[in-house]
Design a protein around this ligand. Structure first.
Ligand SMILES: *[C@@H]1O[C@H](CO)[C@@H](O)[C@H](O)[C@H]1NC(C)=O
Length: 169
């Protein structure tokens, strides 16, 4: 059984996620990667596979992605760590045990950072964590993206049919 859950963060913004409820007390938190959402096939497939094993899973959109509040930001690893914190606090508050945090791609880097900061989840799953950060971004943002951001203060690009802007801070 799946149902949507909204979790309010400390700053009042809402994170939206989908709970695959099997009735297990233990729950796995699944985290998507860069320019992705909780509905990306790899995240959904992993959630379904765990659900089929009787394990509850919560997959959610990070701030500024998918259905969650906030505007999209580039990088913001520690903001995403705090998103996970809010999710874990929510589920601990309703007496669920967090058995694992699982992340894909950039989400894997974020769950590793989370674990190094908070030390309260025993099992951290790194699915294709990013390790060679020089590559991959240009494919999505276009050639010379850093130069264009510097010159114009922003760049526009298209992601899955949606136009997004990155602004320099
Ligand atoms: C996470 O996975 C990547 C491969 O995708 C690997 O390079 C990296 O070392 C892993 N990190 C840890 C802490 O195991």
């Amino acid at each position: 059984m799946q149902h949507k859950i909204m979790i309010e963060k400390k700053d009042g913004e809402i994170l939206v996620g989908m709970l695959h409820e099997t009735g297990s007390n233990g729950i796995v938190i699944a985290c998507h990667g860069f320019l992705c959402t909780k509905d990306q096939p790899i995240i959904v497939n992993l959630a379904m596979a765990l659900e089929n094993e009787g394990i509850s899973v919560f997959r959610f959109d990070f701030t500024g992605n998918g259905e969650s509040d906030g505007s999209f930001q580039y990088g913001n690893y520690y903001k995403e760590v705090e998103d996970i914190r809010a999710v874990i606090k929510y589920f601990s508050g309703v007496n669920r045990k967090i058995i694992s945090i699982l992340g894909h791609s950039k989400g894997a880097n974020v769950v590793l950072l989370y674990a190094s900061k908070y030390h309260d989840v025993d099992l951290v799953v790194n699915v294709s964590g990013r390790y060679y950060l020089d590559r991959g971004i240009e494919v999505r943002l276009g050639a010379n993206f850093m130069e264009r951001i510097k010159n114009n203060g922003f760049i526009d690009f298209t992601n899955q049919g949606e136009t997004l802007s990155f602004f320099a801070k």
